[in-house]
Every structure is written in structure tokens, then in C-alpha cells.
Design a binder for this molecule. Structure first.
Ligand code: ZN
Length: 378
């Protein structure tokens, strides 16, 4: 019998091994972000368990950042790092347990389908090969990675400016899958929605707001331990260069519509969170939100408005969050988009749950509500 082994020495690898001696009782701890307490993301490779019934206990699951995230959650696994499927997972309020029998020598497990830095660079390469796209280098992260901005369309007088950013929280990989689907549709020269949009607006897209956290396998923070979606009021080059650099560019371009893609650990739905807690929230912004939501509901059954976060009370929104800072600064429609780590309970898929492919399709579908609201933005 071959010896069992677990490794994490690759892009976004993260787990602490307590014991890997017995395939009936592999003991693991979820590892915290490199410079903060947040712990939820995991991604590791198990070798030597082909044909063996494996039991993996995540001993500290109940002490993770979002314990509610494990209720009804199924971990994802892959043999080839391309096709990811759900594996039987249970949670007793303290430990999470994954049980299955791998059919290959090597199997990868993760919190959600990873989106690697290599794939990120491939996405930039794909986009840059289109004549409508310019890549701008905004600066560097703490670990020295590039902050890339994609500009889709030719900036011109009268065109609306639409910003889409993703993965401020690096473990929310579905957010970059969302951007990939969005870009593939936007750059499809035969798609009538995209053709109309590119006539009327310029898109500014940051596919990955947190490159360092992504590669380090962090759930929620950058290399300095900053939660980027709490840095928008006063970012700094020391603590949050990613936000500092993107914010600077936003002030240069201006903005008519802002979307910020995320994943939610607990809620099994796709939903949006608006800026109703903002001091300058207005009837105008509310009616823009309603047009956007109605158009998305009508065109994409994976989107819904029944479940989501509790609405902020007037004036009580947290102004360090991107959407709130942007509404204050630009007085424009701004939405945080949340996708599930689990599944969409309205349209569940037992084998895959919410997945990369479904995230991409949702990203493509958001072009429809953008088109619906475009002429009303200003
Ligand atoms: Zn998030």
C-alpha cells in the first residue's frame, strides 16, 4: 500500500495537516490568511488514496471565519484540476467531514474551484488579443504582482463609464470566473447586446483586485492582512495598494455604473447588495436599482431578489466598503454581486453545486441588465 501524502506547495494551496497516517481518519486544520485571523479557504492535493475509502476531518471548521458556511456545504474535488465535482461532506457544528473513495492516485480538494494566477494571465492575454481592449498597468502589489486594468472600448465624449471589479476577497474565486464569462460575451463580435453596449459605453474591468491574497491562498485579505473591501475610505500604498491604485484611476475616469463581484459563504443564492445606507442615496438611485434588478430577474433564472443581506438603515452604511464609497464619490448606481459557495437553492445541481461554469454564465448574463439601465444612468 502506498503511503498517503498531502501537499499545498502550489498556487492558492492552503491546509494544515495534523495527521495523514490513516485513510480512515485524516485530520486537518483550515489555515488562516497569512497576516490575519480569517480562515475558510482550503486547497490541497492528496496522494496515495486511490481506491481507499477516505475520511477527512477538518477539526477547526467550527472556529472558521464563517461557520455557517459549512451548513449544507459540499467540498469540491478534481483529479485533473479542470473538472471539479462535489464530494459528500457533513458538518456537526464543530468538525467538517469529507468522505469519499478517490479513483486516482492524486486528487485535489478545495473550498471552491480555484482560479489560478496563470489562468488570470491567460485571461488578460485573451482579452488583449481583441482590438477593442487596452491593458493598463496601474502599479504593483506588496508581493510585486501587477495590478491590471482592462479597458474595453474607446473612451469618448458621451459614452457611459462602467466599472467591474472582482475578487477583493481572494478566496471568492467565483468572482473571477464571473469576470471571465463577462469578458467572453462582451468581446463576442456577434452578440447584439455586447455590440450595443460597446457603442454606448466603455468598460473598465479589474479581473483580480487581490493578486497576492489569491496566490497565497487567503480567504479575505491581502499580503498585509488588509480586508480590501474595508479600505475604500482611506487606502494606503503600505496597507492596501490594490485599492489605492484602482481608486486613483476611478477618480481620473469618473463612473456611471459600478459592479463588484463576490462570493457569500452562507447564503445559497445569487443576489445583489445596494447602497441604501448611503447618505446620498436617493429616489433616482433606487429607481436605477429597480430597473437593473427587474431586467436581470427577467433574463436570468439564476438571479433572485427574495434572499440577500438585510438592508442598511438610512445613513448607516459602512463607508469603507467599495459600493458605498463609490456612491458617495460618483453618485451612481453601484452593486455588490454575491454568488454562493454552495449552490443556488432555487435551481440546484447535485453533482456540481454552484460552479465555475455557472459563474461564467451569470457573468455573461449581467450584460442584459447593464443594457437595460444604460440610457437612464445620467
Ligand atoms: Zn466578498
Amino acid at each position: 500500500m502506498s503511503k498517503l501524502s498531502i501537499s499545498t506547495a502550489f498556487d492558492s494551496g492552503a491546509i494544515d495537516v495534523v495527521s495523514v497516517a490513516d485513510h480512515h481518519d485524516i485530520q486537518l486544520n483550515i489555515r488562516a490568511d497569512n497576516a490575519s485571523e480569517f480562515a475558510q479557504w482550503f486547497h490541497f492535493r492528496l496522494q496515495g488514496a486511490s481506491g481507499l475509502p477516505v475520511t477527512m476531518r477538518f477539526l477547526n471548521a467550527g472556529k472558521s471565519a464563517y461557520p455557517g458556511g459549512w451548513e449544507g456545504y459540499q467540498a469540491v474535488a478534481s483529479y485533473d484540476r479542470d473538472h471539479w465535482f462535489r464530494v459528500p461532506t457533513s458538518y456537526d457544528g464543530k468538525e467538517m467531514t469529507v468522505k469519499f473513495t478517490p479513483i486516482a492516485h492524486s486528487v485535489y480538494l478545495a473550498y471552491f474551484e480555484p482560479y489560478s494566477w496563470e489562468r488570470h494571465l491567460d485571461l488578460l492575454g485573451f482579452a488583449a488579443s481583441h482590438e477593442d481592449v487596452t491593458i493598463e498597468h496601474l502599479g504593483k502589489t506588496i508581493d510585486g504582482r501587477d495590478m491590471d486594468l482592462l479597458i474595453v472600448g474607446e473612451p469618448a465624449e458621451g459614452k457611459k463609464k462602467v466599472w467591474l471589479i472582482a475578487r477583493q476577497h481572494p478566496g471568492e474565486t467565483m468572482a473571477e470566473w464571473f469576470v471571465e464569462g463577462f469578458l467572453h460575451r462582451l468581446l463576442d463580435a456577434d452578440d447584439p447586446v455586447s455590440r450595443m453596449l460597446l457603442k454606448k459605453c466603455v468598460f473598465y474591468v479589474v479581473p483580480n483586485m487581490n493578486p497576492d491574497g489569491s496566490v497565497r491562498g487567503n480567504l479575505r485579505t491581502n499580503a498585509a492582512g488588509s480586508n480590501l473591501n474595508r479600505e475604500w475610505l482611506e487606502p494606503s500604498m503600505e496597507k492596501s495598494p490594490e485599492v489605492y491604485l484602482v481608486r486613483q484611476k476611478m477618480m481620473e475616469t469618473g463612473m456611471d455604473l459600478f459592479l463588484d463581484a463576490h462570493g457569500d459563504e452562507a447564503l445559497p443564492y445569487n443576489f445583489v447588495a445596494g447602497a441604501e445606507g448611503n447618505p446620498n442615496y436617493s429616489q433616482r438611485l433606487e429607481s436605477l436599482e429597480n430597473v437593473f434588478k427587474a431586467a436581470w430577474l427577467q433574463t436570468c433564472p439564476d438571479f433572485q431578489t427574495e434572499f440577500g443581506y438585510e438592508r442598511d438603515k438610512p445613513g448607516e452604511g459602512n463607508m469603507t466598503i467599495a459600493t458605498n464609497w463609490i456612491v458617495k464619490q460618483f453618485d451612481c448606481l453601484a452593486y455588490t454581486i454575491e454568488m454562493p459557495f454552495k449552490d443556488n437553492a432555487n435551481l440546484p445541481d447535485e453533482e456540481y453545486g454552484w460552479s465555475s461554469v455557472r459563474s461564467m454564465k451569470l457573468g455573461a448574463s449581467v450584460l442584459q441588465p447593464v443594457l437595460a439601465v444604460l440610457d437612464k444612468l445620467r
